[in-house]
Ligand binder design. Structure first.
Ligand SMILES: Cc1cc2nc3c(=O)[nH]c(=O)nc-3n(C[C@H](O)[C@H](O)[C@H](O)COP(=O)(O)O)c2cc1C
Length: 410
């Protein structure tokens, strides 16, 4: 199937001996043999490349190009399918904005393409080209969060030891995972993740419960999370718990029960954040809304979990604004490589900034993901990169440190 792929990247400034002309010359020959067409734009700092060809060939070629040390920060912007090529007769043509004006580059791209002015105005590929031609050059080194400049150093969390004995008849246990503000070296909160008494997953625990007892059990289990927080001595740190919204609606006196348990375990309501997923929330929004009011009136915080994984998305925020929003792991995974993911996260950041909603990026596993998100403006993170969940306690936290060697070489 005919595929069009667009990516952007940055010239690797430490790559000294590099001839763009010979790169393009070689690429043209090799592309002709692979029946790949396209163009390469360069502005002295950034590249934009359009590649057209069969799906498999483009996939393999893009992997190879992504690993090329002559450029870095390779971000895929578009991968689409279509009936015909735009650059049918062009094996690989270079447009150099250091030499030609934006207008002449635009005109010659159009001349080489199969598009007339009218079609180009509507064409997504051409819009990417237009934007690149007119954008400001990004000076190298502008992004302060370079993955190669950071390393992670483990540190014991400032809490008591892991708890051994469970409370009598306790039906489940909790693993605690810190949400951190890495540049501040601060723990933002601890999320209590439910586990079976055999250490099994939440799904296994809830599947084993009589289905008409699910909401009652869901609510009851929170008292064990608060008990754990008390036993390990979380001080004035916050604790986040997951709750099915319908537990607040279906179990009589649910909010009072939560309040009693919070106070019984020496916590303040302001220290507690209830996390609900957007799908759970939207399915019974009107009923849940009255429970939310009671929680808010009591001082308990609310967070939307797995934001972006469900159907509601940004439209949910027109109906309800939480204190905190956790961006789903699917969206942040490999964000440093994906233009669409970056655009979506930027819009979430802008929206939450305007609405004064705190943002957390969850599921962070790679230092590159953290670096991109931190430089985009996110401050709070959760994921294996920083800390794994630990059963009945809080494990080591890996804090990022700027390496001295990197300072010297800058
Ligand atoms: C910005 C940029 C664009 C490139 N475009 C192509 C291309 O269109 N086709 C190609 O074969 N190689 C291209 N290359 C070079 C490849 O990364 C790689 O060096 C080349 O395919 C040779 O691979 P080989 O060592 O397996 O022969 C490009 C490299 C850079 C830095």
């Amino acid at each position: 199937m005919l595929t069009t792929l667009i990516y952007r990247s940055q010239l690797n400034s430490s790559c000294k001996s590099f001839s763009l002309i010979s790169l393009v010359e070689k690429a043209r020959h090799s592309n002709a043999a692979l029946d790949v067409t396209g163009i390469l734009l360069f502005n002295g700092v950034d590249f934009l490349q359009i590649l057209e060809g069969s799906e498999e060939v483009i996939e393999t070629l893009f992997v190879k190009i992504s690993q090329d040390k002559r450029h870095d920060s390779v971000v895929e912007l578009m991968r689409d399918y279509g009936p015909r090529r735009r650059f049918e007769n062009v094996g690989m043509l270079l447009f150099d904005l250091r030499i030609d004006t934006p207008k002449s580059v635009r005109d010659s791209v159009l001349r080489y393409s199969k598009l007339d002015n009218y079609l180009a105005a509507e064409d997504r590929v051409f819009k990417f080209i237009q934007r690149f031609i007119h954008q400001q050059k990004k000076a190298p080194g502008v992004s302060s969060f370079r993955p190669d400049k950071w390393r992670l150093a483990p540190e014991h969390a400032p809490f008591g030891k892991t708890i051994n004995g469970l409370i009598d008849n306790q039906v489940c246990q909790f693993a605690l995972q810190p949400i951190v503000e890495p540049t501040e070296g601060k723990i933002s909160s601890l999320e209590a993740l439910i586990r079976g008494n055999d250490g099994g997953s939440p799904e296994r625990f809830f599947n084993a419960i009589d289905q008409d007892k699910v909401y009652e059990v869901d609510l009851l289990t929170k008292s064990y999370a608060f008990a754990l927080a008390e036993k390990i001595g979380i001080g004035d740190h916050k604790i986040a718990i997951n709750l099915l919204p319908m537990s607040l609606v279906n179990v009589p006196g649910a909010v009072d029960y939560l309040m009693d348990q919070i106070l019984f375990h020496g916590l303040q309501p302001e220290q507690v954040v209830i996390e609900v997923t957007e799908n759970e929330m939207i399915s019974g929004f009107n009923q849940f809304n009255s429970a939310i009011k009671q929680l808010r009136a009591a001082g308990i915080g609310l967070a939307i979990d797995d934001f972006g994984s469900g159907y509601a998305g940004l439209s949910l925020l027109t109906r309800f604004q939480p204190d905190k929003l956790k961006i789903d792991r699917e969206i942040v995974s490999n964000i440093h490589l994906s233009g669409p993911k970056q655009a979506i996260v930027k819009s979430i950041i802008s929206c939450c900034t305007d609405l004064e909603i705190a943002l957390v990026a969850e599921g962070i596993e790679k230092i590159e993901e953290w670096c991109w998100l931190e430089s985009a403006g996110i401050k709070r993170f959760q994921g294996f990169l920083f800390a794994r969940p630990k059963l009945n306690g809080v494990g080591e936290i890996h804090w990022p440190q700027y390496t001295n060697a990197a300072y010297l070489s800058d």
